[in-house]
Design a protein around this ligand. Structure first.
Ligand SMILES: [Zn+2]
Length: 485
């Protein structure tokens, strides 16, 4: 028995050892497997279409991360990762890599207010107030020259200028906006494009009903397009009746479309609306129920404090156009008060005829300086905030903040790569200071919109620059002759 018993104990010990050994083997093979998994990962990087590496990534995300020696991975139209160059290089393999060493990788700039074909009226007349400028030059020149071919030529000119300057999205209002959308799409640019509706006969539509029918077709045609957002653009509260404004609002509500409108641009407009309607412009638009979170209001110069609250409460986007407002001496929009209440106010150039270019770098610089001067406080509108207005806050102004305005995973790949070593940028101390106060449009090197490279090393890939200039100069002669008659 003792022997037996001893044998039993020996047997039990043996089984325990076997069990233990088996478990050890299982565990170690699991560990080996998982180790092999980790080790294999760098050998199987994820395939993407484009990597931009080695630059200073200015993300404009919520934390305002700036990543030195950073990289961005793009698949199709989408940003799939942002990180250091080493991190991204370890995780992704791309068909194409852009070396952005020594350069800034920034969100494409957003021009929140243009009349793009008016590029062809650049310099036609300067140094006049809005009323004289419009009635003596712009309206007659438009009446005699604007047709679809004119609009297309002017749009191509404006697109080329904007892409050269790192602008990747613009918000427009003009006539023949469907042709503008077509040219914009062909150039690979992103646009919120509003067909102008105004209470007098214009080049494309002669009546309100015609304009409404045109715009409804236009909006339907571009529904769900990856680049084009078609919009209604009633010209202003003083050029479109209350009844027509409400027709537009109902149609835009039905199609979930943005509505672009000039609001409170001049003191005259504010005084005229007050005399006719008994309210200032934003109060009037609010009273008739016109405002909502799809409205984009250009200028908003002559606002009361209560009107700033109305814009904020209704989620209205605003487009601040400092150079155009200065050139026409329209006034200074209360931008620091709007920013203090977190209104979605972006920057715009307005049409080239009242600016006279479509250069967002100048608008950032001008906005930052103008509001310091007007508030008598150099701490007003610091460089980073000016840059924010040209990027993520501009995206909010256009109600596109979920898609564009920052370099973030899941957003569309709208990116500009900008030199940081031009003479005008040297020496370098601070990224926002350099971008807002020193950088020029000519420092933009490469531009990507919706994942597509539209300018590489300063060469436009989707537009023919010499043909654009030739067309514009042919229109110059035509415009001069038309104003003589
Ligand atoms: Zn305008």
């Amino acid at each position: 028995m003792p022997t037996n018993s001893s044998n039993e104990i020996d047997n039990q010990c043996f089984m325990t050892i076997i069990n233990f050994a088996a478990k050890l083997l299982l565990l170690s093979s699991l560990a080996l497997l998982s180790f092999a998994g980790f080790a294999a990962e760098p050998k199987r990087p994820v395939a993407v279409d484009l990597l931009i590496t080695g630059g200073t990534v200015v993300t404009m995300d919520k934390e305002r991360r700036v990543i030195e020696n950073g990289a961005v991975a793009v698949r199709g139209s989408e940003i799939v990762a942002i990180g250091t160059s080493a991190d991204i290089a370890g995780r992704f393999r791309a068909r194409r890599t852009i070396n952005a060493r020594g350069k800034a990788i920034i969100p494409g700039l957003i021009n929140t207010h243009t009349h793009i074909p008016m590029s062809l009226f650049r310099g036609i007349s300067d140094d006049l107030d809005l009323n004289d400028w419009l009635t003596k030059f712009i309206f007659p020149a438009e009446a005699k020259n604007v047709d679809e071919a004119f609009v297309r030529a002017g749009t191509r000119l404006g697109l080329a200028e904007m892409i050269r300057g790192g602008t990747t999205t613009y918000c427009d209002m003009y006539y023949f906006e469907d042709a503008i959308a077509d040219e914009t799409k062909k150039a690979g640019m992103r646009g919120v494009l509003g067909e102008t509706i105004i209470d007098f006969p214009v080049a494309d539509n002669k009546t309100h009903e015609e304009a409404m029918a045109y715009t409804e077709r236009f909006v339907r045609k571009w529904k769900n397009d990856p680049l084009i957002v078609a919009a209604y653009a009633p010209h202003a509260p003083y050029t479109v009746s209350t009844e027509h404004l409400m027709n537009i609002k109902r149609a835009a509500d039905a199609s979930n479309s943005p509505v672009v409108i000039h609001v409170a641009e001049t003191k005259k407009e504010r005084d005229d609306i007050a005399a006719q309607k008994g309210n200032t412009p934003v109060e009037y638009l609010n009273k008739i129920g016109f405002l909502n979170n799809r409205v984009i209001a250009a200028h908003t110069v002559w606002l009361t404090s209560a009107e700033i609250d109305i814009l904020k409460r209704n989620g209205v986007g605003a487009a601040h156009n400092p150079q155009s407002n200065m050139k026409l001496a329209s006034g200074v929009a209360p931008v620091s008060q709007m920013l203090a209440r977190d209104v979605a106010v972006g920057l715009g150039t307005d049409g080239a005829a009242s600016n006279n270019d479509l250069n967002m770098w100048e608008e950032m610089d001008t906005a930052a300086k103008l509001h310091k001067l007007i508030s008598n406080d150099p701490k007003t509108l610091p460089a980073e905030q000016a840059f924010e207005m040209a990027t993520i806050r501009g995206a909010r102004a256009l109600h596109l903040q979920d898609l564009i305005g920052s370099i973030e995973r899941g957003k569309r790949a709208d990116i500009a790569i900008v030199d940081l070593d031009s003479l005008n940028q040297t020496p370098f101390f601070n990224i926002y200071s350099s971008l807002v106060y020193s950088t020029k449009a000519s420092d933009v090197r490469t531009v990507i919109i919706n994942g597509r490279i539209v300018m590489a090393d300063r060469v436009l890939l989707t537009l023919n620059e010499s043909a654009i200039k030739r067309d514009a100069n042919a229109y110059r002669r035509k415009i001069i002759n038309s104003l003589r008659k």
